[in-house]
Design a binder for this molecule. Structure first.
Ligand SMILES: NC(=O)c1ccc[n+]([C@@H]2O[C@H](COP(=O)([O-])OP(=O)(O)OC[C@H]3O[C@@H](n4cnc5c(N)ncnc54)[C@H](O)[C@@H]3O)[C@@H](O)[C@H]2O)c1
Length: 271
């Protein structure tokens, strides 16, 4: 008996990183999943690994309302309904406030904030028709506290928390629970050295992996100075929180952000 038996989910940004782990965990708990991503070949490989009877991949650019509608149609055609959504797709850009080009700010908001909005807007009626279900949005610890060089990202992730609360209020009476996860530093392609180098990344940010720190042990050593638990998080550790918020274990929980960060946001440590 799986925790998600009989459920059908759309997971955005599921071609790699946390989204791919969420798809794997959800299938292992009995769900059927539609993986949506702009990285279609990678997404198709993940879906094929899960099995064509329980998973498929669609091209989904979360900024495009028509893509969301198409993803919903595919879910209904393949698996009969949509009973849940994980809004996971996101992008990260680093820049000092005064150096942030407006195009970059809008790009980040478009993917992280508008994409989340469109996912909820499009799929909530499907989830209601399926008899109720869940939406889990992906914010960030940067959505709850300030962090240098992340004006656009922090704005978009704080907006995700705000939208989560409003959606939970509006959808509670329709059997749809809406929560958000706020990961800390998680070891995924988003935090890779190439991305950091491209951005001329100063250490101390969400993607703070210096060029020499490609190996996970070195990254853990870096984060040991910042994170009480002494290491980066793993995508499966975020996926398990998303599972909790997507299954009946959290049946009386809605409208809240949940931090998964190894204690980073707990306060100031002097040990
Ligand atoms: N890794 C971290 O440290 C961290 C921390 C806090 C929050 N997050 C958030 O977690 C989520 C997952 O990130 P990740 O760490 O797995 O990163 P990732 O870069 O590995 O995965 C993000 C996925 O989103 C997809 N994506 C990007 N733009 C898209 C678009 N327009 N439409 C559809 N898909 C798109 C990418 O192709 C990719 O598959 C993101 O929302 C990210 O902001 C990550």
């Amino acid at each position: 008996m799986g925790k998600l038996d009989g459920r059908v989910f759309v997971i955005s940004g599921a071609a790699r990183g946390q989204g791919a782990e969420e798809a794997r965990l959800f299938v292992s708990e009995g769900a059927k999943v539609v993986l949506g991503d702009v990285l279609v070949e990678q997404g198709e490989r993940v879906a094929a690994g899960l099995g064509g009877d329980v998973a498929c991949c669609v091209r989904l650019d979360v900024r495009e309302e028509a893509d969301w509608q198409a993803a919903a149609r595919v879910a209904v055609e393949r698996f009969g309904k949509v009973g849940g959504l994980v809004n996971n797709a996101g992008i990260l850009r680093f820049n000092a406030l005064a150096d942030t080009p407006v195009a970059e700010f809008r790009e980040v908001v478009d993917v992280n904030q508008t994409g989340c909005f469109l996912g909820m807007k499009t799929l909530a009626p499907y989830i209601e028709r399926a008899g109720g279900g869940t939406i889990v949005n992906t914010s960030s610890y940067a959505g709850l506290t300030g962090m240098t060089f992340l004006t656009a990202y922090a704005a978009s992730k704080a907006a995700v928390v705000g939208m989560t609360r409003v959606a939970a209020l509006e959808l509670a009476g329709r059997g749809v629970r809406v929560n958000a996860v706020c990961p800390g530093a998680i070891d995924t392609p988003m935090t890779n050295p190439a991305a950091a180098a491209d951005a001329g990344l100063p250490l101390g940010d969400e993607g703070a992996r210096d060029a020499a720190g490609a190996d996970p042990a070195a990254m853990d050593a870096f984060y040991a100075k910042l994170v009480p638990q002494g290491r980066m998080g793993r995508p499966e550790e975020v996926a398990r929180l998303v599972l909790f918020l997507s299954c009946a274990d959290s049946s009386y929980v809605t409208g809240q952000p949940f931090v998964v960060d190894g204690g980073w946001l707990a306060g100031v440590s002097v040990v």
